[in-house]
Write a protein that binds this ligand. Structure first.
Ligand code: AMP
Length: 308
């Protein structure tokens, strides 16, 4: 099965303690699609401006991502400029230039409207709602967001939350959205609004899934090669969705596996700026790191004999 990923196609200017890079390839849909492409066929949907370098499109095509639905609009590509301090869990926005995003009105053809696994990556929630209204019978729809949209379009975002199956959100954003410091409580409130599960991304501390009657904690990787966290959340979501789409199995056991793969993909993405690590990534590295995750998170049952 293939997945549909909708979101931003961006040129990012990023500063981390390891360097500053202007106008590099980024965007929520780009990071998520490239990550998902290691697992399933992917169609990417989003707007780009006439200034978007052709070499970036070629890279997406080299990953066998279906770029035929990308919309070229007369104007400049979406741009985000941000920086990270020593605590690289927290992105600080310097500037968001929406540019062609303000003119983007997604039109799904029959094939896209029939998509079964859909990821509404971080994007204007009104556009997310428009895509949702055009989907015919999706098997699983997940959505992501960020502080920019929580502050500017809270009501539309609430509508998105009511309509999708899974919410992916990072820990500072779920606190902001639900106006509480307590993450399990905030997740419970989101479940009450209609989500089937809430996945809270906790940067270098992993991710936690909250559903009605179960939860699961995915560890993070003790990554010492950590240069740029941009796109970690989208790579996580892409790995998660891509694997679910490829297997077609949304049982809790498989969802746990998909969450670990999400952590695996995020752990690779942060090793270099933009998508540079993903360009070099090989499938065997993914399976090897998955096994490492399995080993370092395994533990034995409590033995009363050793305790007394
Ligand atoms: P993350 O995975 O959360 O680190 O997302 C990083 C990507 O989100 C960057 O490559 C940005 O281009 C993109 N981005 C930044 N701000 C926004 C926004 N307001 N809406 C959609 N995408 C954004």
């Amino acid at each position: 099965m293939s997945s549909l990923i909708v979101g931003t196609i961006a040129l990012d200017t990023i500063e981390t303690p390891f360097g500053k890079k202007p106008d590099i390839l980024g965007g929520s849909a780009v990071h998520a699609s490239v990550s998902a492409s290691f697992f399933s066929e992917v169609a990417i949907l989003g707007p780009l401006g006439k200034d978007f370098p052709a070499e970036h499109l070629k890279f997406l095509e080299s990953r066998k991502i279906d770029t035929s639905h990308l919309k070229v609009i007369d104007g400049l590509t979406f741009r985000w400029s941000g920086f990270y301090e020593f605590d690289m869990n927290q992105a600080h926005t310097r500037e968001t230039q929406l540019n062609v995003l303000t003119q983007f009105k997604p039109q799904l053809n029959d094939k896209l409207a029939a998509s079964e696994f859909v990821f509404l990556a971080n994007l204007d929630p009104e556009i997310q709602l428009s895509v949702l209204s055009q989907l015919k019978k999706p098997k699983l729809v997940a959505a992501d967001t960020m502080d920019f949209w929580i502050k500017s379009k809270r009501e539309a975002l609430h509508e998105v939350i009511k309509k999708v199956d899974y919410i992916l959100i990072n820990e500072s954003e779920i606190r902001m959205l639900m106006e509480t410091p307590n993450i399990p409580y905030a997740a419970r409130q989101l479940l009450k609004m209609g989500a089937k599960a809430v996945i809270v991304k906790q940067g270098e501390h992993g991710a936690c899934l909250f559903a009605e009657d179960w939860h699961f904690s995915a560890p993070s990787y003790p990554q010492e090669m950590f240069r740029d966290p941009t796109g970690a959340g989208d790579s996580f979501a892409g790995g998660f969705m891509g694997y679910l789409a490829q297997s077609g199995d949304v049982s809790p056991g498989n969802i746990r596996r998909a969450l670990i793969l999400g952590s695996v993909m995020a752990s690779f993405n942060i090793e270099d700026f933009s998508l540079d690590r993903m360009r070099r990534l090989k499938r065997h590295e993914i399976t090897e790191r998955f096994e490492e995750f399995r080993k370092f998170s395994e533990f034995e049952a409590l033995s009363i004999a050793h305790w007394v």
